[in-house]
Design a protein around this ligand. Structure first.
Ligand SMILES: C/C(=C\CNc1ncnc2c1ncn2[C@@H]1O[C@H](COP(=O)(O)O)[C@@H](O)[C@H]1O)CO
Length: 181
């Protein structure tokens, strides 16, 4: 599968880098392709290094504004003109979306992907890898939205919260097999 990953561009401690490395190693070993923002910054760089070391393929979708932070070892690099074009390309290139810990950029990417899915504009599986309980607050906000009628579809149709890398990838692989059947 081609798996689009959104995650932090910040340098983070081991609570967050260890699960990202574990996910990257599994992704590469199982023959998947990483599609990501094409940067070597922070967790984005850690993820790309991990996938590369594990023998996976890398497709970077960067943007002119951030060209100076482009990761050097990608198998394919696409340069978008602006951030909206890049976000659309990141969604279009992946068979599935995974979100690792991140800040406002990652949150913006996640909410856009969920909003588009809510409207039926894509049907790709979306997995949030909830390392160290980082997404507990967001998850409880989404549960409240669902319980109080703010969402037109069940929350579990929109997003799956995974506790670890193994269950994140298992969910995606099962979803990929189901859509191929
Ligand atoms: C210019 C610097 C770092 C480069 N920054 C980025 N490079 C590539 N992609 C980025 C960068 N910053 C944000 N993004 C996108 O948003 C997500 C990360 O944002 P967050 O706020 O850190 O969560 C990520 O998925 C990217 O697609 C500094 O030297």
């Amino acid at each position: 599968m081609d798996i689009t990953v959104f995650c932090s561009a910040a340098a983070l401690d081991d609570r967050y880098t260890a699960p990202a490395k574990e996910f990257a190693a599994l992704l590469g070993k199982r023959g998947h392709t990483l599609v990501w923002g094409g940067s070597d910054a922070g967790l984005m760089g850690v993820l790309a290094d991990g996938v590369k070391e594990a023998g996976g393929r890398l497709v970077g979708i960067s943007v002119e504004l951030l060209a100076h932070k482009t990761y050097r070892g990608a198998d394919e690099l696409v340069m978008a003109r602006d951030l909206p074009e890049r976000k659309a390309a990141l969604l279009a290139r992946g068979d599935a979306i995974v979100v690792l810990v991140g800040g406002l950029g990652t949150l913006d990417e996640l909410t856009e992907v969920l909003e588009l899915k809510k409207h039926g504009l894509h049907t790709k599986p979306v997995v949030v890898l909830d390392s160290a309980g980082f997404f507990a607050g967001l998850r409880s906000q989404l549960v409240r939205m669902a319980a109080e009628g703010f969402l037109p579809r069940p929350l579990d149709e929109l997003v799956f919260f995974a506790e670890d890398a193994d269950s994140a990838l298992a969910y995606l692989e099962a979803a990929g097999e189901a859509s191929a059947a």
